[in-house]
Design a protein around this ligand. Structure first.
Ligand code: PFF
Length: 489
């Protein structure tokens, strides 16, 4: 029943889906934070070099492999040699785990959309977020008590995500991105236009963009830039590979990949200008140094921003809803993109319809995501997020490049990639870079990340990490051993 011939009905649908996937929560709050803490304007140097020498070359690999094999990573691995199929499923374990908690962050945001119209978080947004919404408890026994608002929002987000993804490609994912991605851009343009006119905006912009040239010599900045680009372009999550497998033959792949990379980074830098203008405003109005306002992760979105909207007066009633809507659109388009590679691989192997594959994955991921709708949920979410990003995704990049570039050989992808290329054709330099340099860099980064963020942790975190590792190892084994129902597997 797998429909091998399903294709994007237009290049625009594909591009908007790719951009919708790339532009996510990572662009809106991760980038401003990472740029600010890593040298401000000087961060742009390693950042741009990472796009050119890491992000775009790896994007070409996922494009080229998806376009050539027209299947997900598990079947690609199986086709390269059946003994590698396990690696293909292993690579999909991280995107699957991301799916289980990313929906929850989108659910938090969904709660904030209606609240933002009347600043329903009250005068103390931090207490409100922690005590009323998350009902946060750092004690694992919290796993047995439900955070009711999160649960309700989570069910709604899952219903939306399932509804979009289970339909056929162009009526579901294609149409949703054609609507949501432009809406996201429009909302963000309005926010930034307002933000840069706020009193104190220039302070924020200067803080963000003033280069600290000494920092360019600091290796940590390079690590941060590499990490940001991988996450921001969704590399290692096999999303691009899945989306590219539906490309029509006449696609100009280099042009398409460049468009996605440039759109994603422009959005990211543009958004950061807006975010920092707003922080500059808050800093000027309340006499708080900008450095104290910037925090990573959920804090900025669900605590710092409500605080700022409170200070903004009437304008807060406009920018607030726009901001939370932006996050919602960005979150949903990223969410539906991460189901895609999983659904594709399940269809490839078990020969079931897209709708069934999406339903099965959604139900399993939904059940796991219920853990995050408990009062211990946000603590657990932090552990999942760190582990999957630092351990899973970086390892994925290494494994995927070794599998496709070193073992299979990029020269076999070249004819497809260059077939309709006009101004940019790939050749030897790309092959050398991806085959010999990038796997080494990503492996070193992985070791560094594991030693800094994964191994030296408290015992509760260690237990969760161990369970995650077991899931990552055992689930792929079961899927690899399962008998394929598809004749050409
Ligand atoms: N590029 C996305 C972002 O910047 O947020 C990364 C992503 C995360 C994509 C989670 C998809 C997803 F489900």
């Amino acid at each position: 029943m797998t429909d091998e011939k399903v294709k994007w009905n237009s290049n625009l649908s594909f591009l908007l889906a790719m951009i919708g996937s790339a532009v996510g929560l990572g662009n809106i709050w991760r980038f401003p934070y990472v740029a600010y803490t890593n040298g401000g304007g000087a961060f742009l140097i390693p950042y741009i070099l990472s796009i050119i020498f890491l992000g775009i070359p790896l994007l070409f690999v996922e494009y080229g492999a998806g376009y050539k094999f027209k299947s997900g990573i598990s079947k690609i691995a199986h086709k390269i040699n059946s003994k590698y199929e396990y690696i293909g499923w292993f690579i999909q374990a991280s995107p699957f785990l991301i799916l289980t908690y990313y929906v929850v962050v989108v659910a938090w945001d969904l709660i904030y959309v209606p609240l933002s119209f009347f600043k329903g978080w009250g005068p103390k947004p931090e207490e409100f977020f922690t005590n009323t919404i998350l009902q946060n408890s750092a004690d694992p026994s919290g796993l047995f008590s439900i955070a009711i608002y999160v649960l309700i929002a989570l069910i709604i987000v899952w219903a939306i995500v399932w509804f979009i993804s289970h339909r056929n490609l162009n009526d579901g994912v294609g149409k949703a991105n054609r609507i949501l991605t432009p809406l996201l851009f429009i909302c963000m343009i309005i926010i930034v236009a307002f933000a840069v006119t706020l009193p104190g905006a220039s302070l924020g912009l200067t803080t963000l963009f003033t280069p600290d040239w000494n920092s360019v010599l600091n290796p940590n900045i390079w690590v941060a830039a590499f990490g940001q680009i991988l996450f921001s372009l969704s590399i290692g999550m096999t999303i691009t590979l899945a989306y590219a497998s539906y490309l029509p033959d006449e696609t100009n792949i280099p042009r398409s990949a460049l468009t996605v990379a440039i759109a994603n980074s422009s959005f990211e830098v543009f958004t950061a200008a807006g975010v920092f203008s707003i922080l500059g405003f808050m800093s000027t109005t309340n006499n708080i140094p900008i450095g104290e306002l910037v925090s990573q992760g959920t804090g900025l979105a669900f605590v710092a921003f409500p605080e700022i909207f409170n200070v903004m007066g009437t304008l807060g009633y406009v920018i607030g809803p726009l901001f939370f809507l932006c996050l919602l659109f960005a979150g949903i388009t990223s969410n539906i993109s991460i189901i895609e590679p999983l659904a594709l691989s399940v269809q490839d192997k078990f020969n079931i319809s897209r709708s069934r594959a999406v339903s099965i994955i959604s139900i399993v991921a939904f059940v796991i995501s219920l853990l995050f709708a408990t009062t211990y949920g946000s603590t657990l979410l932090g552990v999942f997020d760190t582990f999957v990003n630092q351990f899973g995704l970086l390892l994925n990049v290494t494994l995927q490049t070794i599998l496709i570039a070193v073992i299979y050989g990029l020269d076999k992808l070249l004819p497809g990639i260059n077939k309709n290329a006009t101004f940019l054709k790939l050749g030897k330099k790309w092959i050398l870079l991806v085959t010999y340099i990038i796997p080494v860099i990503s492996f070193i980064l992985w070791i560094q990340a594991v030693f800094t963020n994964v191994i030296f942790v408290d015992s509760a975190t260690m237990i969760v990490e161990f369970i995650l590792l077991m899931i990552m190892l055992i689930l792929p084994y079961i899927l690899t051993r399962a008998t394929p129902k598809s004749g050409d597997y």
